[in-house]
Ligand binder design. Structure first.
Ligand code: IPM
Ligand code: MG
Length: 368
């Protein structure tokens, strides 16, 4: 059998730096664990625009459809702010999500003990936090039609459309219930059924899927605004949160900050199973391209490293190897290794991106 394949799209800003550390970890698994991947690399976002005039070349899109998993760094940067909307770096990422039909975006927010002090919330509110946001990723207001900026009378109007079909809600709800069964067995669904018809339908379908096929899972519903408030008040009340594309975007940034740093959080975007049984999949850190620190060897590579761990778990059925990475990261943090985003104490020199990679590799070696 041939090796499983990975396409790396490092992208823009800090993407290439943090991905550089992931490449070292992939190599480690090849040398030390006999887990060899066929890795190829290509461009996305501004990097692809610079080379091809498009944020995602058709050939790259085709490759992404063929591989077992895509690892993405980050897209975007101020250099591209004035580009036409249709070729902005973000469009490359959105096209991957849409054409691969990656409808279930898993965004775990876990607070490592060693970092509980870095959260802007009190330590007892976040210590031991382990929640999973399942964000719908291929529909809703991100993709709904009509959209655009039109002339109306003597002024312009900006239009976007929130739109969800029953089947789109059904499938992401199933992903959330399946995940919950393997965790704390609780799902909280968030929408704005008080003001949006799409929210009314969302609530109805999630409840129906629950009643028909997942009655054993505890289900609750919350308006998304109250959800954000509860997430800040007492996040440990949640296990799995399932929500739409836009609310999920907001909620996952808020959840990320609970854990102390956006530089820590990985994500998996999963679609339907391919012919080989593996889901269509793209893994990426939740953080963006951080142009202000790009190219300075300062960025925290942990979110990207943990995204590779998610790939091992969800694409390659190697949950124990994913645990190995997660444990290594936990140890590194417990040992006090801190990149600049983790606010090392005054007078301490922060670890560089590469130092953090070294530290994780050293901990991985210790597990052998
Ligand atoms: C995210 C990001 C993206 C989004 C951007 C970069 C298009 O914020 O993955 O959360 O809005 O989905
Ligand atoms: Mg976001």
């Amino acid at each position: 059998m041939s090796n499983p394949s990975i396409l790396i799209l490092a992208g823009d800003g800090i993407g290439p730096e943090v991905m550089g550390q992931v490449t070292r970890i992939i190599d480690w698994f090849g040398h030390k664990r006999g887990l060899t991947f066929d890795v190829s690399e290509d461009l996305v976002g501004g990097a692809a625009y610079d080379a091809h005039g498009t944020p995602l070349h058709d050939d790259t899109m085709a490759k992404a459809q063929e591989v077992d998993a895509v690892l993405l760094g980050a897209v975007g940067g101020p250099k591209y702010d004035d580009l036409d909307f249709s070729v902005k770096p973000e469009r490359g990422l959105l096209r991957l999500r849409k054409e691969m039909d990656l409808f279930a975006n898993l965004r775990p927010a876990q607070c490592f003990d060693a970092l509980a002090d870095f959260s802007s919330l009190k330590k007892d509110v976040v210590a031991g936090l382990d929640i999973m946001i399942v964000r719908e990723l291929t529909s809703g207001i991100y993709f709904g039609e009509p959209r655009g900026i039109i002339e109306e009378g003597n002024e312009r109007v900006g239009i976007n459309t929130q739109r969800y079909t029953e089947s789109e809600i059904d499938r992401v709800a199933r992903s959330a219930f399946e995940l919950a069964r393997r965790r704390g067995n609780k799902v909280c669904s968030m929408e704005k059924a008080n003001v949006m018809e799409s929210g009314i339908l969302w609530r109805e379908i999630v409840q129906k899927v629950h009643d028909e096929d997942y009655p054993d899972v505890e289900l609750s519903h919350m308006y998304a605004d109250a959800g954000v408030m509860q997430l800040c008040r007492w996040p440990k009340q949640f296990d799995v949160i399932v929500t739409d594309n836009l609310f999920g975007d907001l909620l996952s940034d808020a959840a990320a900050m609970l854990t102390g740093s956006l530089g820590m959080l990985p994500s998996a975007s999963l679609g339907a199973p391919m012919a080989n049984g593996r889901p269509k999949a793209l893994y990426e850190p939740v953080h963006g391209s951080a142009p202000d620190i790009a190219g300075q060897n300062k960025a925290n590579p942990i979110a990207c490293i943990l995204s590779f761990a998610m790939a091992l778990r969800y694409s390659f059925d190697k949950g124990d190897e994913a645990d190995r990475i997660e444990k290594a990261v936990e140890n590194v943090l417990a040992n006090g290794v801190r990149t600049a985003d983790l606010m090392p104490s005054a007078g301490e020199t922060p670890a560089t991106t590469r130092d953090m990679g070294d530290a994780v590799l050293a901990e991985l070696d210790k597990t052998l």
